[in-house]
Design a protein around this ligand. Sequence first.
Ligand SMILES: *Cc1c(COP(=O)(O)O)cnc(C)c1O
Length: 248
Amino acid sequence: MTTPITDNVTRVHEAVAAACARARRDSADVTVIAVSKQKPVPAVLEAATAGLQHFGESRVEEAQEKIPAVVEAVERNLTWHMIGHVQSRKAKYVPLLFDIVHSVDSEKVAERLSNTVQAMLVEPRKTSLAVLAQVNISGEAAKSGFMAHGWQHNPQMFEALCTRLNAIAKLPGLRLHGLMTIAPLVERAEQARPFFADLAALRESLVSVTGLDLPELSMGMTNDFEVAIEEGATQVRIGRAIFGERAY
Ligand SMILES: *Cc1c(COP(=O)(O)O)cnc(C)c1O
C-alpha cells in the first residue's frame, strides 16, 4: 500500500540521488532527516514504515509527547535530531530525548547540555551527545546561531568562532560533529547557493585552523535541499516535502 507520505519519501530519495549525481557525490553520504514538527504520531510512523530512520523535532514539549509514543510503536531504534532553539530551562530534557542537537547556538546552551549528559552518566543509555554548532551565515537579525556573516573578511569574527568551537569541543559529554545553518527564505533555491557554499568554506577554514574534526554540514530544507547537497550538505532537514504543508 502506498500513501502520500510513502510517495513523498520516494520522490525525496530520488531528488537526493539526482543532486548527488550532479555533484558526483555518493548518496550514502547524505542523511535525510524527516522534520516531523507539528505532525502527529501516525505520520511519523508512516514515514518510518517507508524506510526513514532520522527524524527532526524543534520543540522540547512536543518531542516529550511524540518521541515516547513513536518509540513504543516502532520496533527498531530511530535517530532523533533536535533542530530548534534550545531554551535554557528545557536543556535538561534534551539529551534523554535526542541523539543529536543541530541547534547549539551559544556556549551557555552547550554547557547546559554537557552538564545534563554528565549527570546522566549513571544511566548506561547515554555517555555523550552529538552536537552541531548553529551558524548565522546570512547575518539576518532574526536568525540564531554564532555570527559568521562576512567571516571571510573579518579576522576577529573568525577568531571568535574558532575560540567558541574549541570551547564547545572540550566540554565533557559532548561530541562536536560539525555545523548547521538555515539559509534565508528566497524565491528560487539557486539564490540560497552562496550561503551554503559559504558554510562549506567556513567549515574548511575552521578545520584547518583549529584541527577540529567537523564532518557534518547540516544545511538544506524542502525549498533548497538539492542546492545544499550540491554544495556539500551531509544532512538535509526536510519537512514539507515529506509530510505536506504545516498548519500554523
Ligand atoms: C521546520 C524546519 C525545517 C524543515 O522545513 P521544511 O521547509 O518543512 O522542509 C528544517 N530545519 C529547521 C531548523 C526547521 O525549523
